[in-house]
Design a binder for this molecule. Structure first.
Ligand code: GDP
Ligand code: ZN
Length: 265
């Protein structure tokens, strides 16, 4: 069982119900481990400082969508100029592409924008992922009254020590909705993304994909009559988006090849 699992209790005992969604990560031994079950939404958290690696947001969005979980983007630390700029970038990127990834500007420090997040979470079950230092603990602390997670670089070491004992937890929010916090979410790296997932779910391709590709399994690289390539050529899709996509595609193909070789030997 993982946090978020539902069970049916009866005279015969407890029965684990089918998971509607499950989010996984890879453990130190390269095995796939479920982190949380039955999530509805996933808040990909970023900040101007520290920046997340190139492609991180896209990867998590693809992973969430492949798991039938709706992603949203949280730009934290908007009290700082770097983050305010990043928010404008993200907003124009995702709004312009009509990608259905909502983008929120917040500050866990000043409280700005948090009501938007509360509203987005009301009636659903969510979680925040993001690289270290973007402010996930700070966000959880302000959204969940009484929660007292340690925050900041200074406590990084002691917090690592606490990871071993930290239990996964599910918090009910005052405005309705639930937030899951598990050690597995810290520094979340998506796993098991196939090139086909990427091709189907890459953010900002939505509109181009509506136009369709000739081949059902089109990877939008150099195939003829590809809706994505045509959208880039026609200026409706930013070429930079396509380049990021091609980089991620090459990464995933390398991983898939390595796994196939491992399985054969
Ligand atoms: P986590 O590693 O993602 O859990 O990040 P933390 O919550 O530990 O925060 C990392 C650092 O960013 C800490 O020093 C926080 O005080 C700081 N921080 C978090 N949220 C904000 C914010 O909205 N504004 C500013 N200026 N700093 C923040
Ligand atoms: Zn295509």
């Amino acid at each position: 069982m993982v946090v978020g699992d539902r069970v049916k209790i009866s005279a015969r005992g407890a029965e684990l119900l089918t998971r509607e969604t499950v989010l996984s990560r890879r453990d130190a031994r390269n095995r796939t481990r479920a982190i949380a079950a039955n999530l509805d939404v996933l808040g990909v958290t970023i900040a101007g400082r520290p920046p997340s690696p190139r492609g991180y947001v896209d990867r998590v969005i693809v992973a969430a969508r492949a798991a039938q979980i709706e992603p949203f983007l949280v730009v934290n630390k908007c009290d700082l100029d770097d983050s305010a700029e990043l928010f404008e970038q993200m907003r124009s990127l995702f709004a312009a592409s009509d990608s259905s990834v909502p983008v929120f500007a917040v500050s866990a420090l000043t409280g700005v924008g948090l009501d938007g997040i509360r509203l987005h979470l009301s009636g659903v079950r969510g979680a925040f992922v993001g690289t270290s230092g973007v402010g996930k603990s700070s966000l959880l602390n302000v959204l969940v009254p009484g929660l007292d997670l340690e925050v900041g670089e200074i406590n990084r070491l002691t917090r690592l020590g606490r990871h071993v004992t930290t239990r996964s937890s599910l918090h009910v929010l005052p405005g309705g909705g639930e937030l899951i916090d598990t050690p597995g979410f810290r520094d979340f790296v998506p796993v098991d993304l196939s090139p086909a997932d990427l091709a189907a779910y890459f953010p900002c391709f939505e509109h181009a994909l509506d136009q369709g590709c000739r081949f059902r399994d089109c990877l939008h690289r150099d195939e003829p009559d590809c809706g994505v390539i045509e959208a880039v050529a026609g200026g409706e899709l930013d070429a930079a988006r396509h380049e990021i996509y091609l980089g991620l595609l090459a990464d995933l193909e390398r991983v898939a090849e390595r796994q196939a070789r491992g399985a054969r030997s």
